[in-house]
Design a protein. Structure first.
Length: 322
């Protein structure tokens, strides 16, 4: 059973032929960026947790691959498809924290799986990345395989020039046959187009674990790292300011005063950002939520976006202080 699942996930390079001499397998046709995007984009999903935004893609019926760091520390996960359908019955099939990979089981997800390729890559070959950088859903970028990097024992990374940003994590990196060769995982901020993907060949072994554990069961030490650099005074300021802002927004929402809630939450976010200069990640998340609120379709949606982020930071703070 497990071997069957692995075979179904990985691209098989052999084909059956005649009894005397097997026929050479016909190589898939090379595709352009437009064709790859058209082929793969419907299978790419947006992943949202209380405090994180990431990308995932379907690798088997009901199975979604992503980065471990996207779902680590989450208590709830929502999967949004290209047609705006949101699915929240999500469990963990398996994970590899060292390689930053996770496979999720998503109930009622009926999207076509992408093919995985486990092969040697050529430096300079064309690749396409699809993700949700800073919330811009299903953004397509392309580039080349820049290098193969070895990280510790038996852990490889694919260096690519295709641009990725925060939110792209967990998205597929595809070759010119439309097959997934890697999972976008990180970028180097000190240079241009220094981006990395974990080889897709690691995914079948994780999928074979075939678990069904709650998201909250994932090991997590990220909460403390999230607030690294914050002073004790800044943590107190953060806690009190978020509690006040959320309480006021809740009262306004119950009265239908969505514009007031939106405006007050934006002001509270801006004020808090100025008061916690050493809290890098909370400031980044508040800025991101404010930017997304400005683009929201309604005052209610904007207030909900800011509320969701503030509640996520509050929950993370409680975890870090345990």
């Amino acid at each position: 059973m497990r071997r069957g699942l692995a075979s179904a996930l990985l691209l098989v390079g052999a084909a059956c032929g005649g009894s005397e001499k097997p026929a050479a397998p016909r190589a898939p046709r090379r595709l352009g960026t437009v064709e790859i995007a058209r082929l793969a984009t419907p299978s790419v999903v947006t992943i949202r947790t209380e405090r994180a935004l990431g990308t995932g893609f379907v690798i088997a019926k009901g199975f979604v691959a992503t980065n471990f760091h996207v779902v680590r520390g989450a208590r709830r996960v929502a999967i949004q498809t290209a047609d705006e359908k949101v699915l929240d019955e999500v469990t963990v099939v398996g994970f590899d924290a060292r390689r930053d990979l996770a496979v999720l089981r998503v109930r009622d997800l009926h999207l076509r799986p992408l093919r995985l390729a486990n092969r040697d890559l050529e430096i300079g070959e064309h690749v396409v990345a699809i993700g949700n950088p800073v919330g811009l859903e299903r953004t397509v970028s392309d580039g080349v395989v820049s290098a193969m990097r070895h990280v510790g024992m038996a852990h490889d990374l694919i260096q690519i020039s295709a641009p990725i940003s925060h939110g792209s994590s967990g998205g597929p990196v595809l070759d010119d046959r439309g097959r997934v060769i890697g999972v976008a995982t990180r970028m180097a901020t000190e240079g241009q187009n220094l981006n990395f993907a974990t080889p897709a060949g690691y995914l079948p072994a994780i999928a074979e674990e075939n678990g069904d554990a709650p998201i909250s069961s994932l090991p997590d030490d990220s909460a403390r790292r999230y607030f690294k650099g914050c002073s004790a005074g800044e943590l107190v300021t953060l806690h009190l300011a978020l509690r006040r802002a959320l309480a006021a927004a809740d009262r306004q929402a119950r009265k239908g005063q969505h514009k007031d809630a939106r405006d007050d939450l934006l002001v509270a976010s801006a004020d808090l950002i100025l008061r916690i200069p050493r809290c890098r990640w909370p400031r980044f998340d508040l800025l991101r939520a404010a930017a997304r609120a400005e683009r929201a379709a309604s005052d209610q949606a904007a207030a909900q976006e800011l509320t969701r982020m503030m509640k996520g930071i509050t929950a993370y703070l409680a975890t870090a202080l345990r």
